[in-house]
Design a protein around this ligand. Sequence first.
Ligand code: NAI
Ligand code: A1CAB
Length: 272
Amino acid sequence: MTSGKTEVLLVGCGKMGGALLAGWLKGGAVDRAVAVDPGPGPDVFAGDARVTVCRSGLDLPAGFAPDVVVIAVKPQMMADAAPVYRDIVQRGAVVLSIAAGKTIAHFEDLYGAATPVVRAMPNTPAAIGRGISVAVPNARVTPAQRALCDRLLQAGGAVEWVDDEALIDVVTATSGGGPAYVFLLIESLAAAGVAAGLPADLAMKLARTTVSGAGELARQSSETAEQLRKNVTSPNGTTQAALGVLMAEGGVPDLMVRAIAAATRRSRELAD
Ligand SMILES: NC(=O)C1=CN([C@@H]2O[C@H](COP(=O)(O)OP(=O)(O)OC[C@H]3O[C@@H](n4cnc5c(N)ncnc54)[C@H](O)[C@@H]3O)[C@@H](O)[C@H]2O)C=CC1
Ligand SMILES: O=C(O)[C@@H]1CCC=N1
């Protein structure tokens, strides 16, 4: 922090890092950001005077001492991307990682055991301020650093903090990847409508509007999801006929358990 200003180093400015940066700039959470990415991701921010784009971590502006280093590269790129920031982290920055699987211990090994690290898992609705993140700090994170990370994550929507890092793998499986499951629902609903005879554009409009409308209703309503489902389901009606298929053994509830277990396992594998 320079005279009360918040300075961020963003490592990886792709879909998730870019969405977060857009939110920080829009909400004024960040006064200066240096975005490092060898690809075109940060180019859309080049016209913003608060943003400096670097193609490599070796080209950082001289004397740059950010308050926080946000790690937003793919876990598979971590070994290439992250080590170069050791000096800058050791100057006092908190590390905020949103990478799937990579543990707090991974960053302590990389940057030193005394490094303050927050491991967080956001999701892509952060791009419209409607995401949700879950974060866990290590013991080195000061209250001010935690508050800073909270502000940065809040630019993308809601934030929850937990103490048990193992939960982050399950969060990754549930809300991190969750938007993809919902988009698959839209795709599947539209394709099934087409298979049953609807024109493709009408089927997609019905699927997209129904899923987003139901999502908004779930957000605004005080009723449980189960009750909202029952409100649609007339006894012995059409929805009940469909749910008899979707909720049968091996149907959506069972599939979801298997899907979340598979993603959680994968998150744990990505730790290495
Ligand atoms: N996409 C999603 O829904 C979510 C992704 N994440 C996590 O966010 C991280 C990034 O994922 P995405 O944004 O989806 O991927 P992405 O591929 O869109 O972005 C990654 C960016 O890193 C850049 N990059 C590659 N090597 C680099 C290096 N050496 N230095 C700096 N930048 C480098 C790439 O050019 C790319 O722009 C991953 O660790 C992922 O687990 C977390 C939550 C949700
Ligand atoms: O698929 C992934 O590995 C990342 C983490 C959660 C969403 N995307």
